[in-house]
Design a protein around this ligand. Structure first.
Ligand code: HEM
Length: 297
């Protein structure tokens, strides 16, 4: 058994006992790395993200002492809002929903089917690894998820030795554009991330802050560009392009003078998050959509 897994598993024995309130100036990543793995090192922050993402993807693979069950993103029998959800075909190559290269041109590079479970599937994830190798689609998908969610959760050691910087495509809109994801599919995915965090003893206030941020950033059709990964700058991040998805007000940024420059600050201060909640207004579809105006972004 790999050493980091032994450390993790022994840390997990304490799960459910993270009861103290997270200080407002400590990010979710830093706080729970310290709480669960003691030393707030880059390697431990990366391990925390590995635990969180792997559990969200395949469901519980460690016994949660608090009994929170995680069905998992790959579970073909998912349910969200009373609706059956099956995300597996997007990952196992059954759907033709993956970008062919990073040209993002429907005519010259139409979508392809790609198997993202080609690095051993669930087994390496259960051993706290991204894949059995370092070259598979699975390896790149999983490591990119650790890195991206590391930014979202404000990991202070992100982009230092032991915690690689995000190596994937910046725009989440581009990454997911051919999946045409609907609100239930996105809701199911985000719920698995939340349940995974809950299974490790993350406080419900922190889970709500993260879930709100995920819905806010990714689930509103035609959201204006936003900076999540600082090195990427402002990019289109809405992954909910299905006709059922709600539109976000086009002038959101300009009207409110609000710019998400540093999401780690954004997430670690839930008051800021509450501040923008009232602006999540449901707008009619006849608003000029951002992506219609600027398809090249
Ligand atoms: C809700 C927030 C979500 C976030 C923040 C997110 C984030 C990401 C990131 C960072 C990547 C890696 C991109 C790269 O390697 O360049 C990715 C890839 C992927 N995501 Fe998501 N995702 C979300 C929701 C979903 C949902 C709901 C699905 C539904 C099936 C999904 C399916 C996929 C697939 C299949 C890939 C591989 C795509 C590729 O590499 O071309 N994601 N996602």
């Amino acid at each position: 058994m790999p050493r980091n897994l032994i450390v993790c598993l022994s840390a997990l024995a304490t799960i459910g006992s993270v009861v103290a309130q997270r200080p407002a100036n400590t990010s979710i990543c830093d706080y729970y790395t310290t709480a669960l793995l003691t030393d707030n090192s880059a390697a431990n922050q990366y391990t925390l993200l590995t635990l969180l993402v792997n559990t969200a993807v395949i469901g519980n693979y460690t016994e949660p002492s608090n009994g929170v069950l995680v069905p998992g993103i790959l579970n073909p029998n998912g349910v969200y809002n009373g609706t059956a959800v099956n995300l597996l075909p997007y990952f196992n190559g059954c759907d033709i929903s993956t970008n062919n290269d990073t040209v993002f041109n429907l005519t010259t590079n139409p979508p392809i089917s790609q198997n993202f479970l080609d690095g051993g599937g669930a087994v390496p994830l259960m051993h706290n690894l991204p894949a059995n190798d370092t070259t598979s689609n699975q390896y790149f998908l999983l490591t990119h998820l650790y890195q991206y969610f590391g930014v979202l959760l404000g990991c202070s050691k992100y982009n230092t030795a032991g915690f690689p910087a995000y190596g994937g495509v910046g725009s989440m809109y581009r990454v997911h554009q051919y999946m045409a994801l609907d609100p239930n599919e996105i809701g199911y995915f985000i719920t698995q991330v939340g349940l995974s965090a809950a299974s490790f003893g993350v406080a419900s206030s922190d889970i709500n802050a993260v879930a709100n941020a995920l819905f806010s950033l990714f689930s509103y059709k035609c959201s204006p560009p936003v900076t999540v990964v600082p090195a990427q700058g402002k990019v289109l991040d809405s992954i909910c392009v299905d006709s059922e998805s709600r539109h976000r007000e086009f002038l959101f940024d300009q009207l409110n003078g609000f710019d998400v420059v540093d999401l780690s600050v954004f997430i670690s201060d839930s008051n800021q998050l509450n501040d923008i909640e009232p602006h999540h207004v449901l707008l009619s579809d006849n608003l000029v959509s951002f992506s219609d105006q600027d398809k090249d972004q």
